[in-house]
Ligand binder design. Sequence first.
Ligand code: PHE
Length: 343
Amino acid sequence: MRTIINNVLEQLESFRPGTLAQVEEFRVHMLGKKGVLTRLFEEFKNVEPAQKRELGQHLNQLKNKVQEAVKVHKEQLLLQTERGPKEGDLTRPAHFADVGSRHPVSLVQREILSIYERMGFAIAEGPEIEDDWHVFSALNFPPDHPARDMQDTFFIHTDSDNPVLLRTHTSSVQVRTMETQKPPIRVVCPGRVFRNEAISARAHCIFHQVEGLYIDENVSFADLKQAILLFAHEMFGTSARIRLRPSYFPFTEPSAEVDISCNICDGGGCNVCKHTGWLEIMGAGMVDPDVLQASGIDPEKYSGYAFGMGVERIAMLKWQIKDLRLYFENDVRFLEQFGEEVP
Ligand code: PHE
């Protein structure tokens, strides 16, 4: 009897069923009417009383083990069939992972840059944490200019003559370019800028700009106007018209605010253009000779133009987005509308 018990234990150890049918076969073989264990229990009646106690315990343990093994193997096999075979069922539909899409600000920034790249401009980048010199002083901002106020600019240190701050425009990159390169210079400067503004549908404390700078001999206002017109046609279609209104920036003279004809009503007047027929798209002007001088460029020999636009604003005009805050909320339902999935 002990040999049979040991034999059953060995069989139990090496039992690796591949199918539910094999488990059932094993169960009948052990526990069925004529099963090994059933017969052992019958034989048990004839065991000498002195051995009954010990053998009885062994037999009961064995029966529990067999029952447990049958149960565990069944469960495992059932789970496996639910999950499918290990190799994978090649006919099952594939699970597609969600892929993101490019942010509308990135899309428009790329489009702006590619238009200027085609006109021969190179891309220049610079630090977001800047000093007063590159953001203000080199650009002719007088010491008491309101932009230098804490209300408008995020300062990091103000304890020196050249305070450290978050750049309020990417004109600082133009200064860095003029300091390190010799004319002819043709650069566009994309990047994040920071202004201490209350957040609303029309203003945010972080936004993106693309600014441009062109310096060479004999660069004139006509060159600036033509480059702006070309940009407007590429960005908003060849029916777009432009208009320049006199304006003021400390670093350009003369300066202008540039409008395009409203791309919704084509100049007829609607809500988007507040019934003026025009939408403001950028600031521009001829680089002030003092600015050239401050960066070591001879204003007698060279002249240049500069322009700067807000990327969020151009994207708002392109897609009629009404609230600037949408760009920063990262709501996928908003973001995925602009297409171009990133692989
Ligand atoms: N730097 C200006 C701004 O941030 C834009 C600008 C750039 C205007 C170049 C004129 C020329 O508002």
